[in-house]
Design a protein around this ligand. Structure first.
Ligand code: BEZ
Length: 209
């Protein structure tokens, strides 16, 4: 069954390139990005994993742990890591789950049989400190993801979890935000004493708190 926003991210045990893990224990109270790639030793995946490794400091700054997965073995992940370093200049610096028996892929509905019977789609799950799913993204094998967008969304998720705001179209960290409609003007005045730009009663734009 598909995993939906707000669901508890299913727990599992698995072998990874950094040893066996129990997912919830490994994650602790951090945020996490669990993402699948279709297959080791494939070109688009090679670029994605190299780029994700380059973002290690960005993820750490946001208290996010990253973990990858495909239906390959840990041994294949380790051998492929050398190719990733050779071509992308950096090897994966996050654990990669060896899921040859597809246990985790099935648990997270990462195999879409009408796309491929054997390979995972490009899934991304962003999971919050409370272990619930905050974001899901699904891309096909032929289209590499934009991991800068994953960071951008995490910025929005973390901001909107902490403040009574929502982020508008194409928002980037530091841009103006929107006061959530559930907040009355009286309540908003307490939280945003500097005021806001009321373009419509439901569209109140304010500097990012
Ligand atoms: C790739 O990563 O390049 C890829 C993987 C599976 C199918 C198509 C492309």
């Amino acid at each position: 069954m598909a995993i939906r926003l707000g669901d508890v991210a299913p727990d599992f045990t698995a072998d990874t390139t950094e040893g066996p893990i129990s997912f919830h224990e490994w994650k602790g109270d951090s945020w996490a990005v669990l993402f699948s790639h279709p297959k080791d030793f494939t070109p688009v995946c090679t670029t994605e994993l190299g780029y994700t490794a380059r973002l290690a400091e960005e993820f750490a700054a946001r208290n996010v742990k990253v973990i990858g997965l495909s239906c390959d073995t840990v041994e294949d992940h380790a051998a492929w890591s050398q190719d990733i370093e050779d071509t992308q200049g950096i090897r994966p610096n996050f654990p990669m789950i060896g899921d040859a028996d597809r246990a985790v892929a099935d648990l997270y509905d990462m195999i879409h049989p009408n796309a491929s019977d054997t390979m995972t789609v490009r899934s991304v799950f962003v999971i919050g400190p409370d272990n619930t799913v905050k974001l899901t993204i699904t891309y096909p094998a032929s289209t590499g993801r934009n991991f800068d967008e994953v960071l951008r969304v995490i910025d929005s998720l973390q901001l909107t979890a902490a403040k009574k705001v929502a982020t508008p179209v194409n928002w980037n960290n530091g841009d103006d935000v929107i006061i959530v409609p559930a907040l009355s003007n009286e309540e908003a005045a307490e939280l945003f004493p500097g005021g806001w730009d009321e373009q419509k009663p439901y569209l109140r734009v304010v500097s990012q708190p």
